[in-house]
Structure formats: C-alpha cells, structure tokens
Ligand binder design. Structure first.
Ligand code: MG
Length: 410
C-alpha cells in the first residue's frame, strides 16, 4: 500500500557530529572528517555545520577545503565507532516501532503506520526521536515524513534538512506545490548526465518529469525510466525491510518435558531453567536480545492447545532473570491452565553485546558481572556446579539435561 506513515531519520554531518560529541573541545570549531589527513589530497567525508559556513563541502579535496577555511580541524575517520553509533540509533528508533530499516550508516527508515495512538501524532514522535538521539548520542537528526519511502526521503533531503525544526512532511496532496517545483537534478536517481539529457527533452523540474509521458521514458531508459517517473509522482510500494545487522536472528531453546506439567509452580521452574540457558547461549555468542518469545504446547496431540507470544524487553539483555520475568509475564497472560507438554524460550532482535556496553546509560554492569561469574564457575566445575535452588525440585530439568547431548544421554 502506498499510504503508510513512513519516517526517514537522517543524522546531520554524522561522522563530524560523532567526533564533536566524543570530544567537546571540538564543539565550537570547524571540523571535518577526512580520509588520510596526512595527505593533502585526502577527501572530505563529513563536514560539521561550522565548516559548512565556510562553504566546505562533502567529497571535496582536503587542500581545497583548507583554502576556504585555514583553521579547519581535520579528524581521521573511525568507521567502527560510526557503525556502532548507527546500531545505537537503530535501538533508539526501535523504541517506536520494530519496523526499522538501516538505509545507510546515517539514514534509517521507520514504518510507524498505526502507532499514533501509542506514541502521539507524527510531529510529536518526530520531535521525541530527535530529542532522544540528541540527548543520548549528541547527534542532531532530521526527519522526513511521507506516505511511502520515496516521499519520506525527498521530504528529508529537500526540505527537513533546510528548515528550522528539521522535520517536514510530504504528502501526495501538497507534492505539487513543493517537490514538483524543484529542479529535476535534485531528485535522487538523477545524475548530472541524465539531468542534461532531461534538459534537452524540456524537463527542468521534478514536476516536468512527473508529467512526461512514461512510455517515452520507458523507451529511452527501460525499467529505470518508469522508476524515475514513479519517484517524480511520489509513487512507491516498497516496504520498510527490517534486516538486522546481525547474521543470527535469534537464540532459543525448546524442551519437551518428561511428563505433562500441570501446575504454574512446575512450569515456572522449567521457564527459569530455559531462560538461564538461552541467556547463557546469548552470552557465549556475545549477543543481547531485545525481544523475548515464549511458546507453550499442550499435552493433548489430538486437541492442540498452547500459544506462541512475544514481548519487547525494556532494553537489550542477556541476563537470565530479565528473560525469566518477561517469559513469566507472557505465561500469566496467555496460559489456558491446561497441561503442558513442551516449552520454548527465544531471544531475538539480537545485537552485539559490545555495542550496548558503549551505551551512555548502561544499567547492566552488575548483571554482566554476575552472569560472567556464573559462566566462569560452570566452565570450570561443570554445568551443574551452580544452579538455581528451584532446579533442585522434582520438576527441574537441569540435572537431567546435563547428562544429555542434544536430547540423548552421553
Ligand atoms: Mg546525513
């Protein structure tokens, strides 16, 4: 559908802003991030707004920029840091929706369709996103809003980047008075060669392109001609695609019980064991997860009961008790009280555990230390050297499972 609520969130002068935020002494100076500052032939990767006041531009040669601005401070790029900050921005955005697409290191799409009752109107959400990124990471974000990705992107690039509040909404309705008036070269996908070509065809503005018969464009440029015509007309059906950075999407563990468990107390015991196991596996792979799911299957094969539900954790975690509390919440809400044959706990929306430790607000230091101590003891003395007291009860499966590999006895 072409009528969603899509945001494009773009970081202003991303690399330069990150460097300034990391080093407050740079705050009031013209700063650029440039490849190989030792060589004057290096290229500017990002310029801060102060440097831009001197007409310093992205992609120009360092020596040119230094001519324009002799006091220019040149910083070597730290790509790893920028990518880590980009992950953190994704996490901030995921507070508003799980539909986040990393478009580039400093641009991310959000699909917020249907969230207005949760988080307020679109402008409130846009302001909140700006505030949270500014407060937590010290970077100024601009927000383009549209009914699809194309219009959100143009709203951001052509308008939000240039206005006071850094927010602009572009709808089909007022597209004609805004975007169509722009020179066609401002539209993404149109390079300088194509712009010249268009010019010879009498196409000067995006509006001219939008109204040019599409069959001629197709004849000349094939499918790309049609794509450009669609962009100019603000038509775009592509979804926000939420591919995570991580190769692995989830860490989980599932257990078929030795008998049907009928009481909440018994189910809670295996739930805690599963939560600890999943947390341990996530730690072993150096992940934290942001979503927990619980699956429960009933005992009667002929009358399948049970549920599979998920819940967003307050922050990414690999701490067993965090997983257990979330799983318990789901259990209390969704269990129908019938006997249970099998239980599964999964942690998803994974991210590197290291990334999170860089976060400015990290409430998990103590949890990390406790978890690490438990992992170390188990490594040294065996899997059952340290267990929850609850696992000593009959319903506990830890001791039994420690005897098995992949469900079979060793
Ligand atoms: Mg940017």
């Amino acid at each position: 559908m072409d009528n969603k609520l899509i945001f494009l969130v773009d970081m202003q002068s991303f690399y330069a802003s990150v460097e300034k935020s990391a080093n407050p002494k740079l705050q009031d100076h013209p700063v650029v991030v440039a490849g190989d500052p030792e060589r004057r032939s290096g290229i500017i990767l990002a310029a801060c707004p102060i440097a831009k006041q001197y007409d310093v531009e992205t992609a120009e040669a360092l020596w040119q920029a230094q001519q324009k601005c002799p006091d220019l401070i040149i910083v070597r790029p730290r790509m790893k840091l920028y990518i880590e900050l980009s992950y953190q921005i994704t996490q901030i955005l995921e507070r508003f929706t799980d539909q986040v697409e990393v478009f580039s290191v400093d641009e991310q799409f959000l699909d917020l369709t249907g969230t207005e009752r949760l988080f307020g109107d679109r402008y409130t959400v846009a302001h909140n996103i700006q505030d949270e990124i500014q407060e937590e990471l010290g970077v100024y974000a601009r927000v383009g809003i549209g009914p699809n990705k194309v219009l959100a992107k143009i709203a951001c690039d052509a308008f939000a980047k240039k206005n006071e509040q850094g927010i602009f909404e572009l709808t089909h309705h007022h597209m004609k008075d805004t975007m169509w008036k722009l020179p066609v070269g401002k539209m993404f996908g149109v390079g300088s060669r194509m712009e010249k070509h268009f010019s010879r065809m009498g196409i000067q503005t995006i509006g001219d392109l939008a109204n040019y018969p599409v069959q001629y464009l197709k004849k000349r440029w094939g499918i790309n001609g049609e794509v450009l015509s669609n962009i100019a007309n603000g038509i775009d059906y592509s979804p926000v695609s939420t591919q995570t950075h991580n190769g692995q999407k989830a860490v989980g563990h599932h257990m078929t019980l030795p008998r049907d468990y009928e009481t909440l107390e018994d189910i809670k015991i295996v739930l805690l064991e599963l939560s600890e196991e999943v947390a341990k596996r996530a730690r072993a792979k150096n992940y934290r997860g942001h979503t927990l799911s619980l699956g429960l299957r009933g005992a009667n094969v002929n009358d399948p009961t049970g549920f599979h539900r998920q819940i967003k954790l307050t922050s990414p975690t690999n701490y067993g008790m965090d997983l257990f509390h979330a799983a318990l919440q789901l259990l209390n809400k969704h269990w129908d009280g019938l006997p249970v044959r099998s239980v599964g706990v999964t942690l998803s929306q994974l991210q590197s555990a290291d990334v999170y430790q860089l976060s400015l607000f990290n409430p998990s230091v103590e949890k990390d230390q406790l978890s690490k101590a438990m992992d170390d003891i188990r490594k040294k003395f065996g899997q059952t050297a340290i267990v929850r007291a609850s696992s000593l009860q009959e319903a506990g499966q830890v001791f039994d499972r420690a005897q098995k590999i992949g469900g079979h006895y060793k």
